[in-house]
Ligand binder design. Structure first.
Ligand code: PLP
Length: 471
């Protein structure tokens, strides 16, 4: 009995090519294999013993049912996938290619260390209480539990005139960014730092604030991209920035790790006031601040009249999966007709959201207790030590390294190179996932972002591999 070796390539009607390699004792067996693969009426076979068999199936008539609903043209403007799912896809492809590789992920920026028990035990207690008559609660206030709003106001905004009623508790800053876009609608203009967290631009495209993507400049029409490069100390040259209605500003910044100084923040607030603009200030990483920079925009006098601040427990307490954040919309912030912005945000929260999980809110409250704060800062300190290892590694290799001091991100420059090429090189040769800078905007081209979220042994191993790759 002879063994037959074949590679079978079949084109399904969808034009997807499927391949399989097999050993068959009889060439007629091949038909049995191909038939289910091709799902085709006709299959032609060119068959050679111990060689290549190619089966080309003629496409069948298209049978996909389509509705009469037009695709949302704004969503259709978006480029490829959202950055992080795309990185995840490439990581999976790499792991398929190298199933035995120990891939280290310093890409997406997800927390890795356990949540301190003082916080999880409060959540567990609240969950347990839901099984009792006295402890059960259903829908809560859409704005969050009073006691948590008060604790947030006290802990983070004590001296800055923010009231608990200005604070809206939510399921995270990313969700609030989209809900803020709903508040402002499609007729406003926006400015973003370039590079910046992709959710600002993508949500702006989705609500219809922008033109199409312009491939030559890698920008969407009608968005003002404020360059933030080492050359301008990662702070936009406000004298050359045209007026927009909304200014997204993230400090400490994702991805550059740069934090605006008090002087720069004063300039930003004055710029917004002079132009009658609203700043959406993202302070998701404020807890990582080492230098004496403002952690909240409300540290700047006058900011309550021009700024919203969005923040999150995600990177403070490892709540990326638990989901809890908050957004501050001060009473003093008004539209051009005098109407309070907070009233419209409240309307959106009541319409699009039903309040944060009561279990998560119990966790948030525990974070703000004296023991919780201590534990939270302990984990943050751990990540800051990771950051130092990464900064030292790239610095010792002679790279220009930015960020890291005030944020869990390190921003590394590779002059003259494309970000995705550097990403691919580090993944291929060191099995480390990073994030290509260009994914955060055209200003990120030539950089990669390295996240410090990781177990210590992985950070140390990544440093070793990077040293061996770039020595
Ligand atoms: C700048 C910035 N804002 C907001 C978020 C999202 O935070 P959340 O997990 O609360 O949705 C992230 C997450 O990485 C971020 O980097």
């Amino acid at each position: 009995m002879s063994i037959w070796n074949y590679v079978v390539t079949a084109h399904k009607p969808t034009n997807v090519t499927h391949s399989c390699v097999g050993n068959f004792t009889n060439p007629h067996d091949i038909n049995l294999i191909i038939a289910p693969m091709t799902n085709s009426a006709k299959t032609s076979l060119v068959c050679k013993r111990s060689g290549l068999i190619r089966s080309i199936a003629e496409p069948m008539e298209k049978t996909v049912y389509t509705t009469k609903v037009l695709r949302n043209g704004n969503i259709a403007k978006l480029q490829a996938g959202y950055l992080f799912p795309e990185i995840g896809r490439r990581r999976s492809a790499h792991m398929q290619k190298y199933p035995d590789a120990n891939v280290i992920s310093l890409g997406i920026g997800d927390t890795t260390e356990p949540i301190p028990e003082v916080i999880t035990s409060a959540m567990a207690q609240r969950a347990q209480a839901l099984s009792t008559i006295e402890g059960y609660s259903g829908y809560g206030a859409e704005q969050g539990e009073k006691v948590l709003r008060a604790a947030l106001a006290r802990t983070f905004y004590g001296d800055f005139g923010i009231k608990d009623t200005d604070i809206f508790v939510s399921d995270g800053a990313k969700c609030d960014i989209s809900r803020l876009q709903l508040v402002f609608g499609s007729n406003v203009t926006i400015a973003v730092q370039d590079p910046s967290y992709p959710a600002y631009v993508d949500s702006s495209v989705i609500v219809g604030q922008t033109g199409s993507f312009e491939k030559d400049v890698q920008k969407y029409g009608k968005i003002e991209y404020m360059k933030c490069l080492p050359e301008n100390d990662f702070f936009p040259d406000l004298l050359s920035v045209p007026r927009t209605d909304i200014i997204f500003f993230c400090s400490p910044n994702n991805p550059t790790g740069a934090a605006a100084t008090r002087k720069q923040m004063k300039e930003l607030v004055a710029f917004a006031k002079a132009n009658g603009s609203i700043i959406i200030y993202d302070s998701a990483y404020a807890i990582y601040m080492s230098d004496d920079n403002p952690k909240s925009i409300y540290e700047i006098p006058g900011a309550r009249e021009v700024a919203i601040e969005t923040a999150s427990f995600s990177k403070y307490a490892g709540f990326t999966g638990v989901r809890l954040g908050w957004t501050v919309v001060p009473d003093e912030l008004r539209f051009s007709d005098g109407f309070p912005v907070a009233n419209d945000f409240n309307r959106i929260m009541c319409t699009c959201f039903n309040g944060a999980s009561n279990i998560a809110q119990a966790g948030g409250l525990a974070c703000l207790s004296p023991e919780g704060l201590k534990a939270m800062y302990g984990v943050v300190e751990f990540y800051k030590e990771n950051t130092k290892i990464i900064v030292d590694t790239f610095t010792s290799l002679g790279f220009q390294v930015y960020g890291g001091r005030n944020a869990p991100y390190v921003w590394v420059r590779f002059p003259g190179r494309k970000s995705w090429d550097i990403f691919a090189e580090i993944l291929e040769k060191a099995h480390i996932v990073t994030t290509p800078g260009s994914g955060f905007g055209p200003g990120g081209e030539g950089f990669i972002r390295v996240s410090a979220f990781g177990h210590r042994e992985n950070i140390v191993e990544a440093a070793r591999r990077l040293k061996s790759l770039y020595k």
